[in-house]
Design a protein around this ligand. Structure first.
Ligand SMILES: NC(=O)C1=CN([C@@H]2O[C@H](COP(=O)(O)OP(=O)(O)OC[C@H]3O[C@@H](n4cnc5c(N)ncnc54)[C@H](O)[C@@H]3O)[C@@H](O)[C@H]2O)C=CC1
Ligand SMILES: N[C@@H](CC=O)C(=O)O
Length: 382
């Protein structure tokens, strides 16, 4: 090889210097995390791992002031070690979201953020009040952005005057989907339609399911890997994907609601209303109907793919398709999601976002990136 070639990576300086002198932009952000489950606990680990670097290189002090689960909450006033230990804090109180939010907000006009890593309606219903009180809110929870339109509008209104609201990880986990759409719209483009595969769980199941192992075994595995929703029926029923379509439509200013989406459910009626525990015990009842779907796909020399679409007239649908093996969606791997945006500018050839679309690591990273975007905009306070 030519000796004048580019230097080897090992010869390059270890890392580039931080762009900004950390000391001139020193800010502190108080954080309260709600929902230390699969995504929430990985996020806590990511925050802890980045804490020192962010302080040194970006002048950003992340201060974990509280963690709230469904029944218990931990506050750093009770447990001064919380910031270092996070999930193994010892002293707890019963969860009270009002008390939690007030504590994180503090009394000294500090920058404060609540991160909702639950899938809870109760938590989501508090966003308008939290935002109006100046708390920033970041979340992968889809319930608020796809729930009642009037609540969504109050969240948007509150976030224009109070705290900031970001929810990138609600659509395709860590992939830059909401921000991509936002950038298109903010620069004057117009959304015409969206199509793609928006479920990491169903993408993974469709790739793995070849009939050798029962569908229920694979679903249990997807659950254990943290790909599914807390209740996997939210994935199988198509509701989770319908929520993502609604979120994207609303981002583009289309007043879509869940009931406007035509959804094919893969959950047999008799399993739909069971308590979660009973459903998980009866997963093998999904095996026969899914084996029939697979046989149908094989009969047509195609593959099963879970596809969602939203057209320019607002028609939205979510269903399991048999696609020819030559189709672009047939070549995805593992939890890959694909989003195709057709816009005025990307009319002939859509703008594509593709990559892993589920799992605690990538989702937590998407939430973390939202936190950093808000932190970048915070003014320095004495
Ligand atoms: N797992 C993934 O790949 C992705 C997940 N998400 C979303 O992330 C969120 C979390 O998902 P997972 O971590 O998988 O769920 P999980 O079930 O593992 O964790 C949920 C946590 O929320 C807590 N919680 C429930 N109700 C609560 C309440 N009322 N108050 C306080 N805490 C409450 C639970 O105690 C638990 O700690 C969900 O909204 C999900 O839709 C979004 C994108 C990808
Ligand atoms: N359960 C969801 C997680 C991300 O939203 C999925 O499988 O896509």
């Amino acid at each position: 090889m030519d000796s004048c070639a580019l230097p080897l990576i090992a010869e390059l300086p270890h890392r580039l210097p931080p762009l900004q002198a950390a000391s001139s932009r020193r800010r502190t952000l108080a954080i309260g995390l709600i929902g230390p489950g699969r995504v929430g606990s990985v996020l806590l680990a990511q925050l802890r791992a980045a804490q020192e670097r962010l302080s040194r290189e970006a002048g950003l002090e992340l201060k974990l002031c509280g963690v709230a689960a469904s029944r218990r909450m931990w506050l750093d006033c009770d447990d001064p070690e919380l910031n270092a230990r996070h999930d193994c804090a010892q002293t707890w109180r019963p969860t009270d979201l009002d008390q939690f939010a007030a504590y994180i907000r503090g009394e000294d006009q500090r920058h404060a953020m609540l991160i909702d890593c639950s899938a809870s309606e109760t938590v989501a219903s508090q966003y308008p009040y939290w935002l109006a009180s100046g708390l920033h809110v970041v979340t992968p929870n889809k319930v608020a952005s796809s729930g009642p339109l009037s609540r969504w509008q109050s969240i948007r209104a509150a976030s224009h005057h109070g705290g900031r609201f970001r929810y990138e990880a609600t659509v395709c986990a860590g992939l830059p989907v909401v921000q991509t759409l936002r950038d298109l719209l903010d620069t004057g483009d117009q959304l015409l339609s969206v199509e793609g595969m928006f479920s990491g769980t169903l993408a993974w199941l469709c790739c793995q399911y070849d009939g050798k192992r029962p569908f229920s075994t694979l679903l249990r595995e997807a659950h254990a890997l943290g790909y599914t929703e807390p209740d996997p029926r939210d994935d199988l029923s198509g509701t989770d994907v319908a929520r993502k379509l609604v979120i994207l439509a609303r981002e583009a200013g289309w007043p879509l609601s869940l009931q406007d989406v035509a959804v094919e459910s893969l959950v047999p009626q008799h399993l739909a209303e069971l308590p979660l525990e009973s459903f998980m015990e009866r997963l093998d009842e999904l095996d026969e109907p899914m084996a029939e779907r697979l046989a149908l796909a094989h009969g047509e020399h195609g593959v099963l793919r879970h596809v969602a679409s939203l057209d320019r007239d607002g028609h939205a649908q979510v269903r399991l398709h048999v696609l020819p093996s030559s189709h672009a969606f047939a070549h995805t791997r593992l939890t890959d999601n694909i989003v195709q945006f057709h816009t005025q500018r990307y009319r002939d050839n859509p703008l594509l976002v593709q990559g892993p679309g589920a799992g605690p690591e990538v989702t937590a990273a998407g939430v973390f990136a939202d936190l950093l975007r808000i932190a970048e905009s915070l003014e320095v306070r004495a």
